[in-house]
Design a protein around this ligand. Sequence first.
Ligand SMILES: Cc1ncc(C[n+]2csc(CCOP(=O)(O)OP(=O)(O)O)c2C)c(N)n1
Length: 878
Amino acid sequence: MTPRFIPLQEIRGISLVFWRDVGSAALTVRMLRIQPLIWTGSYNEAVHKAIMVTKNLPLERTNLLISQRDQIFDAFRRWGHLQADLDPLGQYLIPDPIPELSFEGEEAEEARNYYCATIGVEFMHIPDPAKREWIQERMEQAAAKPNQLQILERLTQADLFEQVIQSRYLGTKRFSLEGVTVLIPFLDEVLNRAAELGAEKSVMGMSHRGRLNVMANTFGKSPADIFSKFEDANPRSILGGGDVKYHVGATGQFVTRSGSTMGLHLVSNPSHLEAVDPVAMGRARAQQVRFGEDGQSKVLPVLIHGDAAFAGQGIWAETLGLGTIPGYTVGGTIQIIVNNLIGFTADPDEAYSSRFSSDIGKRLPIPIFHVNAEDTDAAVRVAAMAVEYRYTFHTDVIIDLIGYRRHGHSEVDDPTITQPLRYAKIKNHPPLYEFYAQKIGADPSPRVKELQVQLAEAQKQAVQMKKRVALAKFPDYWSNYSGGPYKSEYEVDTALSAASIKEISDSLTSYPRDFHIHPKIKKLLEQRREMGRGERVFDYGMAEALAFGSLLFQGTPVRLSGQDSQRGTFNQRHSVLVDIEDEQVYIPLEHLSPTQARFEVYNSILSEAGVLGFEYGYSRDYPEALVLWEAQFGDFANGAQIIIDQFIASGEDKWGLLSAVVMLLPHGYEGQGPEHSSARLERYLQLAAHDNIQICQPSTAAQYFHLLRRQAMRKWRKPLIVFTPKSMLRNPDASSPIASFEQSRFLNVLPETEVQNVKRLLLCTGKIGHELRIERAKRKDSTTGIVFLEQLYPWPEAELAAEVARHPEAREVIWVQEEPDNMGALSFVVPRLRRLLPDRKVLSIKRSAAASPATGSAKAHDMEQKTLISLALRDETK
Ligand SMILES: Cc1ncc(C[n+]2csc(CCOP(=O)(O)OP(=O)(O)O)c2C)c(N)n1
């Protein structure tokens, strides 16, 4: 028989031919008189090899032979997941007809068993052959039998927990895990395997679905505690504060199968789906840094998602993008989709534009395992594989546990209204523990009875628990810090001696002898050195470097990230020097002294929500560090609004959790258009209550220096929102002499110092104050006082009252702002001034109300600004 010659594909003149074995390939070669390249590896490798060899070979007569077994397996590795049995109810993920898989025979059967059973794996998009082979090898072998009795026990616990709540608290929201209770034995295997590979802790982020179940069954929280939340035992203790039971965080201990314990932390989570992802990652990273070199092995991050949220939420896409970026990597996260094939009432085809909810994950070279959540043994097998993969290759792994949802979205919803057929089917579908017991031939009923008794007992205890269960206990590294209301005892001396300033400045303006510095940076460093010696006034860039340097010297780590933060958007920072001959970098702040603390500065990915969430998370587990996030322009921070609203502003109120994260928001009206003018001060002021955050706008370089040092050095841990300058960065009016660093501290109010006989008092914050001063000098105005409000929140009432009292003749106190009437600090400040100064006339000057913060025309801006300033400096204010 003449072998047929069927080129599968042509690559640069090479025919790729799949053949059953090398012997018959050789025969073909002889018969067709071609000059072959024989290759029996996988299809991908053959293609790769073909491309490589064509560089050196005469092309027309070159052919490549691959065995048919490889061809078959290759097709199943590539497409098998599309024919896998993944949907327990068989409604949505119906196996697709795939022509590439229409093989028959023994080899096809074998491949089908590996790739089209209850595990479907997507991994052929990973370019690294070592990673593909790793998965291939594990998929193409018989599965080991797990401890099935133990698994049955865990499934029974998980299902019974939900059933008991369902019967005791009918119609109360809990977001049952039923339909995907496989999560509990799955997590067991993840944690056990991770512990075997060196993990001592796991930081987990998850949303509502199954959260209470995980708290009870994975974290070991007592069911009585959890049930007491259903009793809502002591509402008076949390009037106006606290959070719902399925959002609060938890700490716990997991006892591994070898008897060791692993610390678990479940990150507090707002309702906003996926918002917790970057926060959990930042927390994990901070904990890894605390461990030192081995940190990535010691702390395993796990994120648990819903299928609709995984596909839909942008913040998750941003977080996924942090994967292997040096400043943010956590060495791989186990990403679990608790996939019930529904999002509230939306079906998968309404929730995602692709077959799988997980498809966004394919943008990264990471594996995605889909598992039928009714094959618990398969899920446990995948759990072990996923963790081993993470520990081998240090990347994320996605596991899509595909099940169903037994009840409505919450237990108050009736799902038969929107998915009647589905829920008719689910009604008669046995719970997973029953299904599993049947599979392994065990009788679960005695254990079911026992658990029912235990859980009923726990519920009785819960009814009697009158006290509200205490909020999270902080780790020891929080013991030196406080939250709550501001107290004057939190003030600290932030001045530095001239000798220290010189010493620090000298090191942060030095670089190795053989470093080829850019001429502009050379000059900048020379000038900074002069500043440090008191020979030149300090600008903001140097004030910030000095603040960082002094803190590092004192042992306070500093971590700054944001887009282009190494250089600084306004060319002001230059924290990383680049050698102009070989692009090697040198970071002076890392070379201050052998005992200094860790300095990190990163150019972040182009994300706001993801990166700010990460830094907030980092600050939660590194209270000793100064952790800063910088927006490129302050306006862009609204891309991170969820993190600001749900964590930074309200985390302490809802969860009792503190953070001293710093947000640097470039702000100021300079004619750069609607999106490069305002950092939306009004938004932060609206979020301010109960001393939850600090909102400041330092108007001089020294004020900025003292503010940063105050934030790091005081024991009071509160987020700090700083409105930072742009044009004022190098402006002499905002520069400071060395003396301002040697004495004093951050002043919440900068008093009027030049004018003695003040008749009108202008009150403002930031750049406009300097512009008013310049214009006042031009006009030789000797009766208008200008006072800067440097801290807007907590409202510095006493300092302000004292300053106004120094100007008894000033009958008018006028708030001047660049922003339109409906923006800026006006609606926050003016009512407070009126209450504080009942015997003075309180007025305001601002742009007229507008829908966008600023004009798009630089000339229109100039005209507006002139009008604003001249209105402020005239008497006829209305
Ligand atoms: C950002 C955000 N948008 C909308 C909601 C309202 N919401 C709560 S749960 C839910 C459906 C979530 O579906 P899925 O992610 O599949 O998780 P499941 O509840 O099915 O486990 C929606 C839309 C929310 N909590 N957060």
